[in-house]
Design a protein around this ligand. Structure first.
Ligand SMILES: C[S@@+](CC[C@H](N)C(=O)[O-])C[C@H]1O[C@@H](n2cnc3c(N)ncnc32)[C@H](O)[C@@H]1O
Length: 394
């Protein structure tokens, strides 16, 4: 990745010679060039600013040195490629981890560090219209710095560490704060006890499942405490707080989307795409809501789970349960089990048998249904490539 930074203080970028980014530069992973804006002035005082038209406080950066500096940077590409131009500014789009990822995918970035009251607006137009650059104004946060250099230091560090090879253990990037919308869990190292404070027992237990569950809970608690704005209500949903409401016709669109998301893994497991939850049209899903008793679970406004049931038309006295689904990011929390129980309890008095159907190779479903008390009926299920499961009610 090539990076060019234009600034009136090239020495401000000196820290980028240190640590991981310095090592990445020496290893040739990141090729960073700084340019002194004053080298593109032609007067004795190397002037880069002037008073604002229309009056007002402060000074504005003149367009001529900026124009020449950007022309010079673009010329480094020998006409074959162009950098994406990032201009730090408090009025820009917020710089986030997602934007860092987006910028890390670019082969070439150029940064224009403003000072004073900012850069003459025509420089942005020249960059976009005459030099054909994609221009992004990017803010480090809702506060005002004296110049763009500190913002560039932060952005280059966040972007460059995502360039493959810069951080030795790529896995360490995956679990970090903001990567999936939550903050990171608390971390500990030796000694196990320090100043009377012990490392949480679970981290010493060697039980990876328990450690993962503890860390997930800590991420939720920490995000709720420090950054409630990041926490989508779904993240905290569990079977206890879950409310299954009867579906209404307007739920059809979201149900169609959810069933497609949920049955894709079934299609892969069973090596076939012609399964109704994937092939049904919106109209057919709407008819399903009419012909079955369907319940949906919403969280933070989002439809995240559903199940449906009806008196079986094929097997007298049986209560047929189907389309049990939970959004992929919320699976493994007991929501599916709670939905199944909900559908079972809705069985009318006199029901003798609960009936389910799943793909013959859907190992995970089969395990879950067995745990919930269902038994596989020998032979092929009512639909080809499936098995029927039943649970007798006393
Ligand atoms: C004093 S600021 C100019 C502020 C400008 N008059 C305004 O109100 O938007 C000078 C320079 O610092 C940089 N800067 C200031 N705050 C920033 C922030 N939050 N994020 C990124 N860059 C910032 C920009 O390069 C800006 O041109």
């Amino acid at each position: 990745m090539r990076l060019d930074v234009v600034t009136i203080f090239p020495e401000y970028l000196a820290p980028l010679r240190l640590s991981l980014i310095g090592r990445a530069r020496r290893a040739g992973l990141v090729d960073l060039h700084t340019h002194d804006l004053r080298d593109f002035t032609h007067d004795r005082h190397r002037t880069v600013d002037d008073t604002p038209y229309g009056g007002g406080a402060g000074m504005v950066m003149r367009p001529e040195p900026w124009g020449e500096a950007l022309d010079h940077v673009v010329a480094q590409g020998a006409g074959t490629s162009r950098p994406r131009l990032v201009v730090p500014g408090p009025g820009g789009a917020p710089f986030t981890q997602a934007m860092a990822r987006e910028l890390a995918a670019e082969p070439w970035l150029a940064f224009a560090c403003g000072r004073y009251e900012g850069i003459d607006e025509r420089v942005y137009e020249h960059a976009a219209d005459d030099l054909d650059l994609a221009v992004s104004v990017v803010s480090l946060g809702d506060y005002v710095l004296n110049g763009g250099e500190v913002a560039v230091l932060a952005m280059v560090e966040a972007v460059a560490r995502l360039v493959p090879g810069v951080v030795g253990n790529a896995e360490s990037l995956v679990e970090e704060s903001h990567e999936d919308g939550l903050l990171e869990y608390p971390v500990y190292t030796r000694p196990p006890s320090w100043l009377g404070r012990d490392v949480p027992d679970v981290l010493l237990s060697g039980d990876h499942g328990a450690i993962a569950a503890w860390r997930h809970t800590q991420r939720l608690l920490r995000t709720a405490a420090r950054r409630p704005d990041l926490l989508h209500a779904s993240a905290a949903l569990g079977p206890e707080g879950m409310v299954a409401e009867p579906a209404v016709p307007g739920d059809a669109g979201e149900l169609l989307t959810l069933q497609r998301a949920c049955w894709l893994s079934e299609a892969v497991a069973n090596d076939r795409l012609d399964i109704p939850p994937l092939t049904e049209s919106l109209e057919e899903v709407a008819l399903g809501i009419r012909d079955w008793q369907t319940w949906v679970v919403r969280s933070g406004g989002r439809l995240v789970g559903s199940v449906r049931a009806r008196r079986s038309g094929v097997e007298p006295g049986a209560w047929e349960i189907g389309r049990l689904m939970v959004a992929p990011d919320l699976q493994g929390r007991g929501i599916g089990r709670a939905l199944l129980t909900h559908a079972e309890r809705a069985a009318p008095p006199g029901t003798a048998l609960l009936w389910l159907n799943t793909g013959v190779a859907s190992e995970r479903n089969l395990r879950r249904y067995r745990r919930a008390g269902y038994r596989v009926r020998p032979g092929e299920g009512r639909l080809s490539g499936t098995v029927d499961l039943v649970k007798r009610l006393s």
